[in-house]
Design a protein around this ligand. Structure first.
Ligand SMILES: C[S@@+](CC[C@H](N)C(=O)[O-])C[C@H]1O[C@@H](n2cnc3c(N)ncnc32)[C@H](O)[C@@H]1O
Length: 371
């Protein structure tokens, strides 16, 4: 039976999607096969990422639903052999239709539980895009990832990771999430910490190439590193954090103590700058948005220091915020400073807090009135 739906174009790929599908937001399960138009940005990133790898890759899109990501990769990335897998039998006619629609010979459908697939086969690139948390699937994904392969993992359970459901985060990720302006960076780093700990069990470590929060989800692309030394080096980049909302003081520690109760988090880099330089947004479905994010990712300070937010400083200091771009230029004259991708009003800096507060007072638009 032919699957029902309509054909959309994403990037340069045609995709047959169920008529009843999500358009915005986290995406609801509406029919038997899931599709969320808003995740086209997420799929764009996968295409740009794999193009930047620049080598032959075997790809497993382990939870592909309509096959949207798999067929985009097979169609838009040279030299890829793609397995488009989903446990749901209802998904297979969509995947097969999408392979045919794009005339692909480098993509096959697979109707397996991903745990079984990765017990039998390994791939250079393994993609996990589950409903909610990836935790139940990470171990199998690691098993299915070849030596020095790539793990690409999405988490849409934002409420636990960002601390709105802290008990769930403690159970699922065994980590204490942080609330407030740091919640999304904190959630991303908890997800990455969980992957690092899982890899270490197999004497493997990780180097993040790109990690971000966007819309309603977290996503990380990790290069797997082989060997016990790399596992140890990876574990050495996990740690805890403290944050005082009354003073805005924050600090990290490699060990848990009474002053560092949040976490554990991944405290290392979120991205690999050289890799990001090879990613090109030309022709992507959300080309402008991809270019904007790439620019912020390439320039953001991405390790150790957790984000500040303009409204956090403004309510603490009780002076109106300056324009963030101007403020970043001003801060850069005194130390390292960059915008952060997690929100348009967030930024990172290594300028000591007291100095940051006085620079803010000096630069606030209220300053001239107070003089
Ligand atoms: C969020 S949807 C994937 C969306 C898809 N990646 C896209 O970009 O449109 C999650 C999919 O995971 C599938 N799934 C859930 N558990 C699975 C398992 N154990 N093995 C394989 N697929 C699974 C579901 O059937 C569902 O289609």
């Amino acid at each position: 039976m032919n699957p029902e739906g309509s054909i959309i174009t994403e990037g340069s790929t045609k995709i047959l999607v169920p008529e009843n599908h999500s358009v915005h937001g986290p995406g609801k399960i509406m029919g038997t096969v899931f599709f969320n138009e808003q995740m086209s940005f997420n799929r764009d990133i996968s295409v740009m990422f794999l193009r930047a790898m620049g080598r032959d890759m075997t790809v497993a899109d382990a939870m592909t639903a309509t096959g949207s990501r798999a067929v985009r990769i097979a169609n838009e990335v040279p030299n890829c052999e793609v397995t488009a897998n989903d446990i749901s039998a209802d998904a297979i006619p969509y995947i097969d239709a999408n392979i045919e629609l794009n005339g692909l010979e480098n993509c096959r459908s697979s109707n397996r539980n991903m745990h079984g697939l990765f017990a039998d086969e390994t791939f250079d690139y393994v993609d996990l895009d589950p409903f909610g948390s990836p935790v139940p699937f990470i171990q199998s994904a690691i098993r299915g990832c070849r030596r020095k392969g790539i793990l690409a993992i999405t988490a849409t359970d934002t409420a636990p990771l960002a601390g709105a459901h802290a008990p769930k985060c403690r159970r699922r990720y065994q980590s204490e999430p942080i609330r407030g302006f740091m919640c999304h960076e904190g959630g991303l780093r908890i997800l990455m910490c969980t992957i690092a700990k899982e890899l270490a069990k197999y004497d493997r470590g990780m180097k993040p190439l790109l990690s971000f929060y966007a819309d309603h989800y977290f996503r990380t692309y990790i290069q797997v590193l082989e060997g016990a030394e790399n596992a140890d080096r990876t574990l050495a980049q996990l740690g805890y954090m403290e944050y005082h909302t009354d003073t805005l003081e924050r600090s990290t520690s490699r060990t848990y103590d009474a002053d560092h109760k949040y976490g554990p988090f991944w405290l290392g880099q979120l991205h690999d700058r050289e890799f990001l330089d090879r990613m090109d947004p030309t022709g992507m479905a959300s080309e402008k948005r991809c270019a904007k994010y790439l620019d912020v990712w390439r320039n953001e300070i991405d390790s150790e220091v957790f984000v500040y937010d303009m409204s956090e400083l403004s309510s603490h200091i009780k002076m109106s915020p300056p324009k963030i771009d101007d403020f970043m230029d001003f801060l850069s004259q005194h130390g390292r400073a960059s915008k952060s991708h997690v929100s348009p009003t967030s930024f990172k800096t290594d300028i000591p807090l007291d100095e940051l507060k006085s620079l803010y007072r000096e630069f606030s638009p209220d300053a001239s009135r107070k003089l």
